[in-house]
Design a protein around this ligand. Structure first.
Ligand code: TUI
Length: 317
C-alpha cells in the first residue's frame, strides 16, 4: 500500500479521495469509500442546506470514519450550507468553482480541514495567503466543470508554487495514475469518474453502462464559449451544444439548454439528452465494482509499480 502525509492530515488509511460530485456522490457511496479507508465526499452541487444536513447524518449512520462535503461556491445556498458544515463538524470540506477565502476562518475555527480545488496556478498562489490545509489541483481530463490545463502540467506547477500538500485530480484511474501523481509532486489523488461506476453509487444504471462503453475520444468539452467549459460524454445534448456554439448562440441560450440536464442524466438515466459529466478515464472503466475493490486496486497497483519499476537509477560519475 501507499502512505503519505495526506493520510495523517485527513486520518485516512489510503491517500485517495472520491471527488464530491453533484447528483452522484451521496451517503451510500461516500460511506462505502470512507469505510474502505479512503475519503468519501458528499457532492452538494446546487442542493439546499437541509439536503446537505440529511446526507451528512445518513453518512454518519453508515460509517464512523472521516468523510467530506464538497461545496460549489456558485451555489445559491452556500451561505446556508456553511453553517450546517460547522454545526455538524464535518471533518473535511472541499470547495469548487471559486475562492473560499472568506469562509475559511469560521470553518477552521470549527476544526474543519479545508481543501480548495484549483485549476490554475494563479488561484493556487492566491490561496497561499490563507491558511489552507491542502489543495486539489484538477486537470482538464476531469469530468464536469474544468479549467484549461492538463493534470501533467498543472500538478507540478502547483506543487512548486505552494507549501501545502497537493492532491492531483483529473485523468487518474488506477495505480499508474497514483504513482504518476506522486512523481509530479502530489501526495494523493482525487478520482470521480471511476467511483461513478462503484456498486454503491446510486446513479442510474444507464449512466454506468455509458461510461463503461465509452472509448478514448468519447468525451467532449461543451460550453467553452461561455467561459465555463464542461466535459461530458458525447451524446445528442452535446451535439446540440456544438450546433449552438457554431452559430455563436448567446450565453443565455447555452445556459438554458443545460438547465436540469445533469439531474436528468444521473437520476433518470437520460443518457441522450442529459448532461453525462464524466472524465477522460471513462475509456478505462470496464466494470462496476465495489468501492473497496476500486480503492485496493489503486493503492496496490501503485505499490506494485513502485516496488518493481520499469527503470533503473544509475549513478553517473
Ligand atoms: O466543481 C468542479 N466541477 C464540477 S461542479 C459540477 S455540478 C454543477 N454544474 C453546473 C451548475 C452547478 C453545478 C460539475 N463539475 N470542479 C472543481 C473546480 N473548481 N474546477 C475548477 C474550479 C475552479 C474554477 C475557478 C476553482 C476556482 C475558480 O476560481 C475562480 C476565481 O479565480 O475566483
Amino acid at each position: 500500500m501507499i502512505y503519505t502525509v495526506l493520510c495523517d492530515l485527513l486520518k485516512i488509511r489510503y491517500p485517495v479521495l472520491q471527488g464530491g460530485m453533484a447528483w452522484v456522490s451521496t451517503a451510500e457511496l461516500v460511506a462505502a469509500v470512507s469505510e474502505a479507508g479512503a475519503l468519501g465526499i458528499i457532492g452538494s452541487g446546487n442542493a439546499t442546506a437541509s439536503w446537505v444536513t440529511e446526507q451528512i447524518r445518513l453518512t454518519r449512520k453508515l460509517t464512523a470514519k472521516p468523510f467530506g462535503v464538497n461545496v460549489l461556491l456558485t451555489s445559491p445556498y452556500v451561505d446556508e450550507i456553511m453553517p450546517v458544515l460547522i454545526a455538524e463538524k464535518v471533518p473535511v470540506v472541499t470547495t469548487g468553482a471559486g475562492n473560499p477565502g472568506k469562509y475559511l476562518p469560521s470553518l477552521q475555527a470549527a476544526g474543519i480541514k479545508v481543501i480548495p480545488v484549483v485549476s490554475s496556478v494563479a488561484l493556487a498562489k492566491r490561496l497561499t495567503r490563507y491558511n489552507i490545509d491542502a489543495l486539489i489541483a484538477e486537470g482538464m481530463e476531469s469530468g464536469g466543470h474544468i479549467g484549461e490545463l492538463s493534470t501533467m502540467v498543472l500538478v507540478p506547477q502547483v506543487a512548486e508554487a505552494v507549501n501545502v500538500p497537493v492532491i492531483a485530480a483529473g485523468g487518474i484511474f488506477n495505480g499508474r495514475g497514483l504513482a504518476a501523481a506522486l512523481m509530479l509532486g502530489a501526495v494523493g489523488v482525487q478520482m470521480g469518474t471511476r467511483f461513478m461506476c462503484a456498486k454503491e453509487c446510486r446513479i442510474h444504471q444507464q449512466v454506468k453502462e455509458a461510461i463503461i462503453k465509452a472509448k478514448d475520444r468519447d468525451t467532449v468539452i461543451t460550453g467553452a464559449s461561455t467561459g465555463h467549459p464542461v466535459r461530458v460524454l458525447r451524446n445528442k445534448l452535446s451535439r446540440q451544444f456544438e450546433e449552438l456554439e457554431k452559430r455563436n448562440a448567446s450565453k443565455e441560450e447555452l445556459e438554458e439548454l443545460g438547465l436540469g440536464r445533469l439531474q436528468a442524466a444521473m437520476t433518470e438515466g437520460d443518457i441522450e439528452y442529459g448532461s453525462v459529466m464524466a472524465g477522460q478515464v471513462s475509456a478505462m472503466v470496464k466494470e462496476v465494482q465495489p468501492a473497496r475493490d476500486i480503492i485496493l486496486d489503486i493503492v496496490n497497483g501503485a505499490a506494485a509499480i513502485l516496488k518493481k519499476p520499469n527503470w533503473q537509477v544509475i549513478e553517473e560519475s
